[in-house]
Design a binder for this molecule. Structure first.
Ligand code: 4AD
Ligand code: MG
Length: 465
């Protein structure tokens, strides 16, 4: 059988080489038929569609055919023919079938179709074999590739920032500690606290919540950089939009103010929507049919609308005048909740929205302070259905003002001296933002839960796979 090379199903479904001998390998989705002929639908993950293999029963070992069941893995050598059946251009007349791996119908968890997404989360080791996760994983790949393409084409350098860090970039306090100390019996200082000077790095270290601070160091040398890294947050928020481990893309640009920053965010998101429609059309059609009949319309909505730009203060006024009764009451100073963002995007503006100039108390220490003494040059991009997809800001480039803010927020200078030094030596106006990769994938796939757009979700009490 191995005398010819394997062809991917995606290529064969496009092929017009009728009469040609081909070899395919993949997983059986279904087998039906009768005493004379078996129809075997095979998927190899290269495309949402299966290829149909037609096997005349008398030509094959009965025992072998019996084991070709849903979930088994096979190789088929045969002749590519035009398919007489509706809805498929080609099929394979099987000459030889080899069985790589059986899947006992009694115990194979995906034997039947139509499992709930909740159930599939419990079998994350097998769910890539479903049509839904095949589509999502291909879209995820295309979006990652599109992001690198976008930045490369725009002259950004990909900067690799550390996963293990000694600083808390967002000041959110939701950190996973990294330590090799004996958890049962850690060395203690005289005051009874843990002596991290004896730990692996000689200090207390954590998994990063954001690569931004290091990205700023890169931008203040290379002008335009971006990161694309896993980030970790130990916040105990069990919501459909939060993961404890998620991927973030963080561009950072010198000589760039908040307006340039908003322009970049809008242009990049529109590019990614166009890229998805172009590269993932069949997977999007499948997800639209199965889960979300407005999916493609929503992607086009982002492409075709100029994003509304408004300040936080204006947004609060709109919400207070809205006459809506929100679960979290609105007043100036609150951190906007999902319900507020949803109202602004879906009911009021009916466009993607970028809110700017938030109260400094609810934002991170590094944001550029406005002259009003109350607000900072923050920007959040809000999308329909998912809310915040991007958070960013212009950065405080003034050494004295930044130092003062770190002191007000009780950030020890010994942890952050290196960041402050960039403002001492050749500081420059600069800005950047963070795009939550899984939020983006949520939006592009139309899925409702962030656990369903990452292969192996990490959420509170869940790290099985
Ligand atoms: O708004 P955030 O916290 O901003 C930062 O971390 C900045 N350092 C970014 C920057 O300016 N370079 O996070 C950025 C984005 C959010 O808008 C959201 O899309 C996503 O990251 N995000 C999460 N996604 C999944 N699960 C979580 N727990 C997330 N927290 C934030
Ligand atoms: Mg944010």
């Amino acid at each position: 059988m191995e005398h010819i090379t394997r062809t991917k199903v995606s290529d064969l479904l496009q092929s017009k080489d009728f009469g040609k001998e081909v070899l395919i390998k993949g997983w059986v989705r279904t087998r039906r038929g009768n005493k004379q002929v078996s129809f075997i639908a095979v998927n190899d993950g290269s495309v949402i569609h299966n290829i149909q293999v037609v096997a005349e029963v008398e030509k094959f070992n009965e025992e072998l055919l019996r084991q070709v069941t849903t979930g088994s893995c096979i190789a088929v050598n045969g002749i590519l023919v035009e398919s007489p059946a509706q809805g498929q251009p080609v099929e394979i007349q099987a000459k030889e079938i080899a069985l790589y791996g059986t899947a006992d119908p009694e115990t194979y968890p995906l034997q039947k179709k139509g499992h709930s997404l909740e159930f599939l989360r419990e079998i994350a080791h097998l769910r890539p074999r479903t049509n839904t996760f095949g589509a999502i994983l291909r879209i995820r790949h295309a979006m990652a590739f599109g992001i690198h393409k976008y930045f490369n084409d725009h002259g950004f350098y990909y900067l690799h920032t550390p996963v293990i860090t000694g600083s808390d970039a967002e000041g959110a306090g939701a950190l996973f500690r990294v330590s090799t100390l004996d958890a049962q019996n850690p060395p203690l200082k005289e005051d009874g606290t843990i002596d991290y000077s004896q730990d692996f790095f000689g200090k207390e270290t954590k998994l990063t919540v954001s690569g931004q601070l290091e990205a700023e160091l890169g931008a203040l040398a290379l002008s335009q950089v971006y990161t694309f890294s896993p980030t970790f947050r130990a916040e105990n928020s069990n919501t459909p939009r939060h993961l404890a481990e998620f991927w973030m893309i963080e561009p950072e640009m010198a000589f760039c103010d908040i307006n340039d920053n908003m322009d970049l965010a809008e242009d990049m998101l529109k590019f990614l929507m166009i890229y998805a429609l172009e590269k993932c059309h069949e997977d999007l059609l499948f997800l639209q049919k199965m889960y979300d009949n407005e999916l493609i319309e929503r992607l086009e909505f982002v492409i075709n609308n100029k994003f509304v730009r408004a300040t936080y203060t204006e947004a609060v006024e709109i919400l207070m005048k809205s006459g809506q009764s929100f679960e979290f009451p609105v007043n100036w100073g609150i951190d906007l909740q999902a319900e507020h963002e949803k109202y602004l995007v879906e009911k009021h503006f009916k466009k993607p929205v970028i809110l700017t100039d938030y109260p400094k108390e609810i934002k991170a220490f590094y944001m550029k302070q406005n002259d009003d003494g109350k607000t900072v040059r923050a920007m959040d991009v809000l999308f329909p259905k998912i809310g915040e997809v991007i958070g960013g800001s212009q950065r405080e480039e003034n050494y004295k003002r930044l130092l003062q803010r770190t002191q007000e927020m009780h950030m020890p200078e010994k942890d952050i001296w290196w960041y402050l030094e960039t403002r001492k030596f050749g500081t420059a106006p600069h800005s950047g933002f963070g795009l939550g990769f899984e939020r983006l994938i949520l939006f592009v796939t139309g899925m409702a839960n962030i656990r369903d757009v990452i292969p192996f979700p990490r959420t509170p009490k869940n790290a099985e796979f």
